[in-house]
Design a protein around this ligand. Structure first.
Ligand SMILES: Cc1cc2nc3c(=O)[nH]c(=O)nc-3n(C[C@H](O)[C@H](O)[C@H](O)COP(=O)(O)OP(=O)(O)OC[C@H]3O[C@@H](n4cnc5c(N)ncnc54)[C@H](O)[C@@H]3O)c2cc1C
Length: 302
């Protein structure tokens, strides 16, 4: 069997694409190995009607919506290889060696994150330390916060200041701040610590102190940091998709990439701003692109 569209990734981007393709009566398959980027958190915010929902629950509801359309299959499998085998379609191979065929592909793999190299940081990430103030700033407002950054530290600190004025910026020995930026932060009462961080302290993911290399403890109850982002799978590069300056896959407004029959949606295309509702929205746009193109390709042939 040859599917009309294979969607790689079943996060909000992939599932919303599947929903729209299901409703367009397209034979669709979604592959998802369930490593969504926000699964480290307890709550998701800013998604209209679902503010505060657990990420797993949002995904369960999304799958439930898609399951109403029997032309859509969902496979809990990881795709490891995509080959263009003929002039008509692609061959997709899963980690367990199964092979599937599809005319079109939507890459909705999301991003993987590399946190700054600080001992124990992953124990706090997603509970009291986050990367996106729009997602989690409200819950941390007015608290003593840390801004721990490898890059973009000045911009992040400026942004977080909107939620709390009690800020300590940690550059972790990387010297990422210009002198003028440092003065602008200090003029606002923001403390800047440029020493290397030795570790983070706290219990059950709740931050209580940032420990500097000389042993100084700085009390903080939460904060923000800047992970490095890369695509959760390398298909865009392997297939030859162009990427923008942020590393996102370049698409038109219907998710089309420069590569034949390959579309992209969600964080992998968007990079910033990265939000559940934006990912879902561009999943929908990519599905409309796929269905529109299939319609044009089939109409005079059928
Ligand atoms: C800590 C944290 C908190 C966040 N909080 C919020 C919030 O409160 N509100 C908000 O709007 N946004 C939040 N975000 C951002 C949000 O998680 C992303 O914008 C959103 O998940 C992007 O959706 P996506 O579908 O593009 O990717 P994802 O949700 O990451 O989904 C991609 C899916 O593709 C799968 N996949 C990847 N490669 C393969 C492969 N080769 N084969 C099969 N499956 C594959 C993954 O396992 C995953 O399930 C947060 C992010 C983080 C890190």
């Amino acid at each position: 069997m040859i599917y009309e569209c294979a969607i790689i990734g079943g996060g909000p981007a992939g599932l919303n694409a599947a929903l729209v393709l299901g409703r367009s009566r397209r034979r669709t398959i979604v592959f998802d190995d369930d490593h969504g980027r926000n699964l480290v958190t307890r709550e998701s915010h800013g998604f209209l009607t679902r503010d505060g929902i657990r990420p797993e629950e949002l995904k369960r509801l999304g799958r439930e919506d898609v399951a109403k359309y029997d032309c859509v299959d969902i496979e809990p499998k990881r795709i490891i290889r995509i080959n263009r085998v003929t002039e008509t379609h692609y061959e997709l191979t899963t980690a367990d060696g199964s092979v599937y065929h599809s005319i079109k592909i939507i890459i909705a793999v999301g991003l993987k994150e590399k946190l700054p190299n600080i001992p124990d940081i992953e124990k706090f990430y997603g509970t009291s330390l986050f990367s996106c103030p729009y997602c989690d700033g409200w819950e941390l407002q007015e608290q003593p916060l840390a801004v721990i950054a490898d890059k973009m530290v000045f911009d992040l600190a400026k942004k977080v200041y909107n939620w709390s004025k009690d800020l300590v910026v940690f550059t972790n020995g990387e010297g990422r701040l210009e002198e003028s930026e440092k003065s602008r932060l200090e003029a606002k009462g923001i403390i800047v610590r440029e020493e290397r961080i030795d570790g983070l302290e706290g219990k059950n993911g709740q931050l209580s102190n940032v420990r500097l290399e000389d042993g100084t403890l700085i009390e903080r109850s939460g904060g923000f940091t800047t992970p490095l982002w890369t695509h959760a799978a390398d298909f865009a590069k392997e297939l030859g998709c162009k990427q923008n300056e942020y590393g996102g896959i370049t698409t038109d407004e219907y998710g089309r990439t420069n590569v034949w029959n390959v579309y992209a949606a969600g964080d992998a295309a968007q990079i910033v701003p990265a939000q559940l509702i934006i990912a879902a929205g561009n999943g929908s746009a990519a599905a409309i692109g796929v269905n529109g193109d299939l319609t044009n390709e089939y109409f005079d042939r059928e």
